[in-house]
Design a protein around this ligand. Sequence first.
Ligand code: 8IG
Length: 271
Amino acid sequence: MTTNEATQLANDHATEAAAALAALSGVASHQIAVVLGSGWVPAADLLGRTVAEFPVTDLPHFAPPAVAGHAGMVRSIDADGTAVLVFLGRTHLYEELGVDAVTHAVRTSAMAGCQTMVLTNGCGGLDASWTPGSPVLIRDHLNLTGASPLHGAHFVDLTDLYSPRLRELCRTIEPGLPEGVYAQFRGPMYETPAEIQMVRAMGGTLVGMSTALEAIVARSLKMEILGLSLVTNLAAGMSGQALNHLEVLEAGRAAAARMGDLLSRVIRLVA
Ligand code: 8IG
């Protein structure tokens, strides 16, 4: 298979998934797509009226969920007349299913008609003033995975990858929302304190295991991208304590109402 054929295959798989989505949901096309990451899933119910919901694995080429707290569901929501496609959970690079599995939801969203891609995640924060439960707008990223989600000589500009317009729109909702630079690691291990020092030296302020590869594919498909992080823990070496996945989930539950309100207002303003 040539690299161009690899791109074509990934997009064909997404076209198949989008067709199955339209058939199963009864919604011919969607306008906005949202991926809910760690800590954001409890906010799903606040976004609007559920029109249809089913396991992502009912759609072709989606991988089953691998992580506790990632529900692996897809939901079609009516947000005051806007059709919103919501993924409750995502596939991560550390699952070793390849970059096409990681970005299938993004490609499917584009093929389903979405022109806006909202990518959310739970992550570690390098700014000590970001207490667990703080939302942060992603301004830019560092892809430290060593992987590319694109195939072949497919040159894609990543200037203003995270839409300045959508960030400004978020600040009309929450004027004080801070911005950060998200460093994606492959995981599944958290960073060492030395790696966090490296990220700091590189200008990174958020660390996680998702989002950057998905944003690259969304840009390659001409979508407008909003990245929202929920800081659920201080990055390794900053708190004097070890990192704990259950604390991460708990920070999400505690922040759900605020995140749901923010996302729900963003969706309505974008529409
Ligand atoms: I939630 O501190 C969450 N996800 N890499 N580091 C990385 N991923 C994370 C972290 C973190 N917290």
